[in-house]
Design a protein around this ligand. Structure first.
Ligand SMILES: NC(=O)c1ccc[n+]([C@@H]2O[C@H](COP(=O)([O-])OP(=O)(O)OC[C@H]3O[C@@H](n4cnc5c(N)ncnc54)[C@H](O)[C@@H]3O)[C@@H](O)[C@H]2O)c1
Length: 292
């Protein structure tokens, strides 16, 4: 594809990410997959990582080992699109890889970043997107097991990836970190104690990374989506009657689309967003407003 302003205009890019190398966690489906596609459309080379990948010969077993109903649904419904997404990105003329990476496995994360550096020459962008979303119960019925899992995946997982990518960003003298929080993190979440708590804690991590990253030209921001129609988001909306009330609370009376999140991320990863750091950007259709 052509470079420069003309190439950018021809490809309908919003922000030019040409030459950037991005790693997205939890990118086999949903918002992470859309982030990967959108970053690639803006010119970035993208590494798709996820604990569930299409070329895992033991995919079913891996899904069962997650202790996550959603992981098993994802496999049975054919929602795992890691390698095919990497193919799609390569067809755009970018470099891409799909790699199995469990954000709770520090050794695996270290190996993956090393491999990305070897194959792509550097790392510019990390999207901390991987999460578990399927622990719904009021506090007396929250399970200790799933509380621990959510902290391990959603919070510690993002910390693991941030810590392991840090030296590469420092060496690079440029970095973009994105943390996927949620309005469940900023507003609380009925029946979502573990999820909401981890999503709130990610804001502290994003802000700390912003403070420590400034001297290295690293920006760090959190996104707080409302209800977004990923496969998981749609499944929840179809089965949980509360979601009609959430929809009514948006000013548009509709849920968001994965592109709404991915477009915001593409902007935050661009040079144009270089002075935005430590921010929490709500992409929530106005849910937190005093909607009439
Ligand atoms: N969809 C929404 O309405 C919504 C709202 C607010 C925030 N978010 C956040 O956006 C992100 C994506 O949401 P989604 O709707 O696409 O969810 P999703 O469940 O479809 O995607 C999560 C991805 O993370 C992966 N994952 C889970 N555990 C992992 C692990 N240990 N290591 C690596 N990967 C792992 C899953 O396999 C999956 O591909 C999440 O952080 C979520 O909390 C989503």
């Amino acid at each position: 594809m052509g470079g420069g302003v003309l190439g950018t205009m021809m490809e309908g890019r919003m922000f030019d990410l040409t030459g950037r190398v991005a790693v997205v966690t939890g990118a086999s489906r949903g918002l992470g997959r859309q982030d990967a596609l959108t970053l690639a459309r803006q010119g970035a080379d993208v590494v798709i990582t996820d604990v569930l990948v299409e070329d895992d010969p033991d995919l079913q077993k891996t899904a069962e080992a997650q202790g996550s109903m959603l992981a098993q649904v994802a496999v049975s419904q054919g929602w795992v699109h890691s390698n095919s997404t990497a193919d799609e990105i390569r067809k755009m003329g970018r470099r891409s890889l799909a790699i199995k990476m469990d954000v709770t496995n520090r050794e695996q994360i270290r190996d993956v970043f090393k491999k990305v550096k070897e194959e792509f020459g550097k790392i510019d962008i990390l999207i901390n997107n991987a999460a578990t979303l399927d622990h719904a119960a009021q506090i007396p019925n929250q399970s200790y097991e799933l509380w621990d899992r959510d902290v391990r995946v959603n919070l510690t997982g993002a910390f693991n990836c941030t810590k392991e990518v840090w030296p590469y960003l420092v060496e690079n003298k440029f970095g973009r970190l994105i943390f996927m929080s949620s309005i469940a993190g900023t507003l609380g979440g009925f029946g979502q104690a573990s999820y909401s708590s981890t999503k709130a804690a990610l804001i502290g991590l994003a802000k700390t990374a912003a403070l420590e990253g400034g001297r290295h030209n690293i920006t760090s921001n959190a996104i707080a989506p409302g209800i977004i129609e990923s496969e998981a988001g749609k499944a929840a909306a179809d089965t949980n009657p509360l979601y009609e009330r959430f929809k009514a609370r948006t000013v548009f009376k509709r849920f968001g689309q994965p592109e709404d999140i991915a477009n915001t991320i593409a902007f935050l990863c661009s040079n144009e967003a270089g002075y935005i750091t430590g921010a929490v950007i709500e992409v929530a259709g106005g849910i937190p407003l005093f909607t009439a």
